[in-house]
Structure formats: structure tokens, C-alpha cells
Design a protein around this ligand. Sequence first.
Ligand SMILES: *[C@@H]1O[C@H](CO)[C@@H](O)[C@H](O)[C@H]1NC(C)=O
Ligand SMILES: *[C@@H]1O[C@H](CO)[C@@H](O)[C@H](O)[C@H]1NC(C)=O
Ligand SMILES: *[C@@H]1O[C@H](CO)[C@@H](O)[C@H](O)[C@H]1NC(C)=O
Ligand SMILES: *[C@@H]1O[C@H](CO)[C@@H](O)[C@H](O)[C@H]1NC(C)=O
Ligand SMILES: *[C@@H]1O[C@H](CO)[C@@H](O)[C@H](O)[C@H]1NC(C)=O
Ligand SMILES: *[C@@H]1O[C@H](CO)[C@@H](O)[C@H](O)[C@H]1NC(C)=O
Ligand SMILES: *[C@@H]1O[C@H](CO)[C@@H](O)[C@H](O)[C@H]1NC(C)=O
Length: 248
Amino acid sequence: MIDTRPTPMGNIKFYFLWIFLIQRFMIGFTASMSVSNLTTDQSMLLEFKNQILDPHDVLASNWSSTSSVCHWVGVSCSAHHGRVSILDLSNMGLKGTIAPHLGNLSFLVSLNLSGNNFHGYLPKELAKLHRLKLIDLSYNAFNGEIPSWFGALHKVKYLILGNNTFTGTIPPTLANMSNLETLDLGHNMIHGKIPYEIGDLQKLKMFRVRYNQLFGSIPSSIFNISSLRLISLTNNTLSGNFLELKIF
Ligand SMILES: *[C@@H]1O[C@H](CO)[C@@H](O)[C@H](O)[C@H]1NC(C)=O
Ligand SMILES: *[C@@H]1O[C@H](CO)[C@@H](O)[C@H](O)[C@H]1NC(C)=O
Ligand SMILES: *[C@@H]1O[C@H](CO)[C@@H](O)[C@H](O)[C@H]1NC(C)=O
Ligand SMILES: *[C@@H]1O[C@H](CO)[C@@H](O)[C@H](O)[C@H]1NC(C)=O
Ligand SMILES: *[C@@H]1O[C@H](CO)[C@@H](O)[C@H](O)[C@H]1NC(C)=O
Ligand SMILES: *[C@@H]1O[C@H](CO)[C@@H](O)[C@H](O)[C@H]1NC(C)=O
Ligand SMILES: *[C@@H]1O[C@H](CO)[C@@H](O)[C@H](O)[C@H]1NC(C)=O
């Protein structure tokens, strides 16, 4: 009779082979994951580019898949994750709407699209960018209501939406943006009352809503924000004496 049961030695060899295979698999898996993630950033930005006009050809040849996305004009990657963390396309004469794919740039910290000709609604997919600290969309032609999903972006310090054609009212959910220091909604077409909840923004330093169609009284809660240094309310139909206030 031949004993076909594996010897203890055979078992140990088998065990080490397994460990080896599992390790190889894990290394291959994580490597392909991080590669595909920066590749994801690249393809999302190419989707974004496909949806806009670039009359000065700023991105045309520069945003090419033959060079790393981290070396593209207006794009910076973080040293820590090696992923796209800053998108600064300010003053490039770009035109068009924002592709929802931008919401897949999950390591984005700073988004500055100021001084272009972007229009349309802000896609709700941007609410997924929970690492964002800076959003500057000023001097464009964005329209639609100021999205209530901004309230999901808790790390944002600068929310600058001035000089667009936003309509509707100020969503009370902005009060969820507990780290907000600058809120600039000036020069839009926003109407309604200033929500009482804005007073919850205890880190707010600058609150600008001038040149809109806001009415009613200024909520007293705002004067409870001890960090506040500048309130700019002119050219609305708000009641009260505080139209432009600098507190130092
Ligand atoms: C793209 O622009 C950046 C910044 O101006 C520059 O460093 C880079 O060399 C350019 N890449 C290509 C492929 O033109
Ligand atoms: C990125 O976003 C788009 C639109 O929001 C979605 O359809 C797509 O599945 C996402 N792609 C990846 C690779 O995450
Ligand atoms: C966005 O870019 C413009 C133009 O470069 C700059 O003036 C502005 O300060 C930037 N926004 C923020 C919040 O840093
Ligand atoms: C804002 O916070 C309230 C609770 O304070 C919560 O019910 C609501 O879902 C939050 N909204 C967003 C957009 O995060
Ligand atoms: C909006 O435009 C006015 C007038 O040009 C300017 O004074 C103001 O600083 C701008 N505000 C923002 C946030 O872009
Ligand atoms: C201002 O803050 C104080 C102390 O936290 C609170 O008692 C009061 O109700 C607040 N007033 C307003 C108008 O929110
Ligand atoms: C802004 O308000 C001031 C003072 O009320 C007024 O003189 C000026 O005409 C207004 N500007 C616009 C563009 O409505």
C-alpha cells in the first residue's frame, strides 16, 4: 500500500507556496489599482476637456495622454497620494459645461475655474469631492440654483461663486459647511431671505452677498459669529442698517 496522504513536510511546502501566491496576487492587485486610479484621474479630465471649448488652445496639445496628467497645465498632484489634487484653470477663456466626471477626481482639494465662460448647472456628482477645501467658480456664467449638496462638503474653507447668474435662494444646508471661512455669492440673481442657519458657520470670516435680490431682515444669528471680519450686503433690498460692514 502506498500512503498518498501528504507528509508534514509536503504540507509545509504547500503552505509556503500558498502564502507566496497570495502575496504575488496582493502586490499585483494593489499595483494595478493605484495605476488605474491615476489613469482614472486622467480619463476623467479628458472627459471634462471633451465637453468644453478651448478657443486659445491652452489644453489642446498639452492635455495629451502621452504625458503624465500630473504635468498637465493647471493640474497638480499631491506628493502623498500621487493623485490629482489641484485643478486651476482660472482665466483660460474656457467655455462650456462641467462634465459630471469631475466628481470622480476623488483626491481633489482645490478647484479654481474662475474667469472663464463656463455655464449651465453644477453637476451633483461634485458632491462626492469630500476632500475639497477651495471652490472658486467666480466670473463665469453658471446658472441654476446654488446646489444644496454643497452642504455635504465639510472641509471647504473658500466657497466663491460671485459674478455668475445663479438664481433661487441660499440653501440653508450651506450651514453644514462647518469649516467655511469665505462665502462669496455676490453679483448673482439670488433672491429670498438669508437663512438663519448661516449663523452656524462659526469660522466664517467673510460673508459677501452684494448685488443680488435678497430681501427681509438680516438674521441676528450672523452677528453672533465671532470670527466674522467682513459682511457685504449692498445692492439687495434687505432691511436693517448693516449693508457693508468691516469688523476688525
Ligand atoms: C504642458 O504645460 C506644462 C505647464 O506649462 C509644461 O510644463 C509641460 O511641459 C507641457 N507639456 C506638454 C506635453 O506640452
Ligand atoms: C465617473 O463618473 C461618471 C459620471 O458621473 C460615471 O458614469 C462613471 O462611471 C465614473 N467612472 C469611473 C471610472 O469611476
Ligand atoms: C483663483 O484663481 C484666480 C486667478 O488666478 C485668483 O485670483 C484667485 O485668488 C483664485 N482663488 C482662490 C480662492 O484662491
Ligand atoms: C446638513 O445637516 C443636517 C443635519 O444638521 C442633515 O440633516 C442634512 O442631511 C445635511 N445636509 C447635507 C447636504 O449634508
Ligand atoms: C464681481 O465683480 C465685481 C465688479 O466687477 C467685483 O468688484 C467683485 O470683486 C467680483 N466678485 C467676485 C466674487 O468675483
Ligand atoms: C448668540 O449666541 C449666544 C451664546 O451662544 C446664544 O445664547 C444666543 O441665542 C445667540 N443669538 C443668536 C441671535 O443666535
Ligand atoms: C447699488 O446701490 C447703490 C446705493 O444704493 C446705488 O447708488 C447703485 O445704483 C446700485 N447699483 C446698481 C448697479 O444697482
